[in-house]
Design a protein around this ligand. Structure first.
Ligand SMILES: NC(=O)c1ccc[n+]([C@@H]2O[C@H](COP(=O)([O-])OP(=O)(O)OC[C@H]3O[C@@H](n4cnc5c(N)ncnc54)[C@H](OP(=O)(O)O)[C@@H]3O)[C@@H](O)[C@H]2O)c1
Length: 156
């Protein structure tokens, strides 16, 4: 199954330069809980961003795939050069963790979405690409610390 996880504010903001625009410990805990035992896929920009947080510590995932059109070697992850081929052929459960470009390209392949709604507006310059949530049905929703944690599954 292909899943995606992200947090966005009321304007669908997800990033500020190459960082998160906010610091919500409850969301970080939720993210960690849903990704720690997962094979994750991310774009090179998000990988570089995460590496600024995990300078000396290993990335906290079971397996790491990094999408990049350019040839590149990752000491702690597998390079995915052809994103679409990967998404079409993988038999693993994959959690897609960003960023904007990879969310946009991978959305048609995603069966499950974990969206954290930040009930505020923040400053930043990277937005989640608009899409129609009507293609998905809500299967779970919890509210904690001013955040809505919603889970959707693609309608069959
Ligand atoms: N709020 C959240 O939950 C959340 C989560 C994650 C990230 N973010 C934010 O998202 C932002 C980063 O997003 P981004 O769009 O700049 O970068 P990104 O999606 O992390 O990475 C884009 C990478 O994907 C590569 N790529 C593009 N098309 C491809 C294809 N068909 N096959 C393989 N690789 C492909 C690009 O290669 P080329 O460079 O060669 O084109 C580029 O290296 C940051 O601000 C970050 O903080 C937010």
């Amino acid at each position: 199954m292909i899943s995606m996880i992200w947090a966005m504010d009321e304007n669908w903001l997800i990033g500020k330069d190459n960082l998160l625009p906010w610091h919500y410990p409850t969301d970080l805990a939720y993210f960690k809980n849903h990704t720690k035992n997962q094979a994750v896929l991310m774009g090179d920009m998000t990988y570089q961003s995460l590496k600024t947080y995990y300078v000396t510590k290993p990335l906290p995932f079971k397996k790491v795939y990094v999408a990049n059109i350019e040839d590149k070697e990752y000491t702690d992850g597998y390079h995915v050069k052809d994103l679409f081929e990967f998404l079409k052929s993988t038999e693993e459960d994959i959690m897609i963790i960003g960023g904007k470009t990879i969310y946009q390209l991978a959305l048609p392949y995603a069966n499950r979405l974990y969206i954290t709604y930040v009930l505020k507006t923040h400053e930043g310059n990277v937005y989640f690409p608009k899409f129609d949530l009507a293609d998905f049905k809500l299967i779970d929703k919890t509210i904690e610390d001013g955040l809505i944690f919603a889970v959707y599954e693609r309608k069959s």
